[in-house]
Design a protein around this ligand. Structure first.
Ligand code: DOR
Ligand code: ZN
Length: 336
């Protein structure tokens, strides 16, 4: 008998669905296997008004075909008035803050966190969560660690603000997570599996290059341990970030790993290898539902222990994108 697991309402708490033809290609690939996702706002120009957000949501909805998939929208952080946030509140799950210039399409981000004070105060009062790309402009391996002081400061100064440290990559970030009640975190598939050695230790592997960069073995091991134990404040957020193949296989390689369509079987493989399949449901769904108080979408995704070869690429609408671990065979697949 084939071993099978059923995941109830799997959520991707950090997803880049882009716009235009790339959106048309990738949105259904998430919608098929997840019950919902938190949609990142780093378009060009950014999603920084309710009007832009509703128009983007409409374009996404049209790209989803008939899949049952909940779009949890985010606004791009800038200074907003209380009136703007009151209007936006029921349409968003949170606001995503990018320090200016730290990653793809973040030029309009926050140059000085002190200038964000007033808006953060309003968000705290209106119970709008803050999602953060937590990196400084320091040395690439130290950027997250250096940002931890800012997280600590925010957690102390805004004790009622729910703060999600997005795509954490270090053991130090996990430690901070346990120190403050109002801190939560997402972690990606790639940061659970790889270290900087996989990216740049041998031949350079552009499809594993992302921000924050993968770190040291001890960081990866700490992240694994937390996810595999079903840590109640840790959620799966793929940070699946598609770039056209020519932008990845290039002299200046764009940052971003495309994982959305293969994330669940790869997680099943990882959790099974560590005898932790019992905790996959918490990591992929229950923690996020509880932390954000989300309704269940009543969607079940079945995985079976049967080999699957990851496609070399996903193509359509004139776009081509290469997934993580393309052409490799993994031990789990989708039932259908
Ligand atoms: O590698 C990344 N790619 N990190 C981010 O923070 C943004 C993302 C993207 O939008 O491509
Ligand atoms: Zn991201």
């Amino acid at each position: 008998m084939l071993m099978k697991i059923e995941l109830d309402s799997p959520l991707d708490m950090h997803l880049h669905l882009r716009d235009g033809n790339m959106m048309r290609l990738v949105a259904p690939l998430s919608a098929r296997y997840f019950s919902g996702a938190v949609i990142m706002p780093n378009l060009v120009p950014p999603v920084n008004s309710l009007e832009k957000l509703l128009a983007y949501k409409q374009r996404l909805t049209e790209a989803l075909y008939s899949y049952d998939f909940h779009l949890y929208m985010t606004l791009f952080f800038q200074n907003y008035t209380e009136e703007e946030l009151l209007r936006a509140r029921s349409h968003i799950i949170g606001i995503k803050l990018y320090p200016a210039g730290v990653t793809t399409n973040s030029a309009n981000g926050v140059a000085n966190i002190l200038q964000a004070e007033t808006t953060l105060k309003i968000m705290e009062e209106l119970a709008i969560p803050l999602l953060v790309h937590g990196e400084t402009h320091g040395f690439v391996m130290d950027r997250e660690q250096e940002f931890l002081d800012i997280y600590r400061d925010l957690a102390i100064r805004f004790p009622k603000l729910k703060i999600s440290m997005e795509h954490i990559t270090t053991a130090a970030a996990l430690k901070l997570l346990d120190e403050f009640e109002n801190l939560y975190a997402t972690v990606t598939l790639q940061h659970l599996l790889i270290t900087l050695d996989d990216v740049a230790g041998g031949l350079l592997r552009p499809h594993l290059f992302c921000k924050p960069i993968a770190k040291r073995p001890e960081d990866r091991d700490a992240l694994q341990q937390a996810a595999l134990s079903g840590h109640p404040k840790l959620m799966f957020g793929s940070d699946s970030a598609p770039h056209p193949v020519h932008a990845k296989e290039a002299c200046g390689c764009a940052a971003g790993v495309f994982t959305a369509p293969i994330a669940l079987p790869m997680l099943a493989e990882l959790f099974e290898r560590h005898h932790a399949l019992d905790h996959l449901q918490a990591f992929i769904s229950d923690n996020a539902h509880r932390i954000y108080g989300l309704p269940r979408q009543a969607k079940t995704v079945s995985l079976i222990r049967q080999e699957m070869t990851i496609p070399q690429k996903y193509a359509g609408f004139g776009e081509r994108v290469v997934p993580m671990n393309a052409k490799q065979t993994i031990s789990w697949s989708y039932e259908d």
